[in-house]
Design a protein around this ligand. Structure first.
Ligand SMILES: Nc1ncnc2c1ncn2[C@@H]1O[C@H](COP(=O)(O)OP(=O)(O)O)[C@@H](O)[C@H]1O
Ligand SMILES: [Mg+2]
Length: 300
């Protein structure tokens, strides 16, 4: 495996608060990695360290072969981080912003115009190219941000919650673009609070909770970790009445069906589905707090 990002024992605290409690992760070149976790889990802190905007307290990380502390310059030459240009663009059109950023990235005027037109087309912004950025929707701004970050042809691209706050259509169009980046050989490291997003996009997923990776693997591997299928009871209009995770045994399935018996009025029907990432996350974090309360119990 050609490793694009390698993280070993990375730690970071703010004052007395430990925000990253020893992160180990490895991301293959050309793959999409999703760091999945709730608000405050430490996702942005980790991305900021990888993008050399912040220093770790301990541990090491390398990006595209460059150490983030000893060779920050090398890292910066190989990456892009979206959102970093968000403030410059209000009074310009999308096309003007791209051409200006192209010049700053060392393009000649002609090459900058050509590349800008290509990127505007690729990000479905051709029709909006001559409109002021301040009139753009959230989805259009995210696409422009991504287009800007691709001017430098980065080997690794960091996307911190790229679709947060977007509607379903904009989100899906961004997903297609992100998939296209990886298909072109770019390594994508993204953070998300959306289980579906990680499931749809990522080759591998790291689940982070309170600064600790609680699980890492493919979506299928994570789903396998919570074991059994989920039994669902739905009413006549297919609305979910109740769902019960099982442990995958005959006994567990029978117990789940028994629990649903009282709710099984005429018109309802049962089905069995594979666990979703939602189930996985709940199971992993529930397991975590269970572990903590056990530990606390053992201490007192
Ligand atoms: N510069 C900072 N100074 C102090 N605390 C911070 C700073 N940046 C982040 N934190 C704290 O670190 C924790 C993790 O934050 P963050 O990495 O932004 O999480 P996420 O991106 O997963 O929502 C939060 O409790 C946040 O308040
Ligand atoms: Mg964040």
């Amino acid at each position: 495996m050609n490793t694009a990002i390698d993280i070993r024992g990375l730690r970071k605290s703010f004052g007395s608060q430990t925000v990253l409690g020893g992160i180990d992760l490895s991301v293959a070149a050309g793959s999409i990695f999703a760091l999945l976790g709730p608000n405050g889990a430490g996702k942005t802190t980790l991305i900021n360290i990888l993008a050399t905007l912040s220093l770790p307290d301990a541990g090491t990380a390398s990006v595209a072969g460059h150490d983030v502390v000893r060779d920050a310059r090398g890292v910066r030459g190989a990456i892009s981080l979206t959102g970093q240009y968000a403030a410059v663009d209000e009074v310009l059109t999308g096309e003007e912003v791209l051409r200006m950023m192209a010049r700053l990235n060392g393009y000649t005027p002609v090459a900058g115009r050509t590349r800008s037109s290509e990127l505007l087309a690729r990000f479905e912004l051709t029709d909006a190219a001559r409109k002021l950025v301040k009139t753009y929707s959230g989805g259009m701004r995210r696409r422009l941000d991504l287009a800007i970050s691709l001017l430098a042809n980065p080997a690794v691209i960091f996307l911190d919650e790229p679709t947060t706050g977007l509607d379903t259509r904009s989100r899906q169009s961004l997903w297609e673009i992100i998939n296209g980046l990886a298909a072109g050989g770019t390594t994508v490291f993204l953070t998300t609070q959306y289980l579906e997003e990680a499931d749809v996009l990522a080759d591998r997923i790291g689940v982070i909770n309170e600064g600790v990776i609680v699980a890492e693997g493919t979506a299928a591997e994570l789903k396998a970790r919570i074991g059994g299928d989920v039994v669902e009871l739905r009413d006549a209009s297919d609305e979910l009445v109740r769902e019960i995770p099982t442990d995958g045994t005959v006994h567990g399935l029978r117990a789940a069906i028994d629990q649903l018996d009282a709710l099984a009025v005429p018109g309802t029907h049962v089905s069995i589905r594979k666990p979703s990432l939602d189930d996985v996350f709940l199971a992993l974090t529930a397991h975590d707090s269970q572990l903590e309360s056990n530990l606390e119990g053992a201490r007192s």
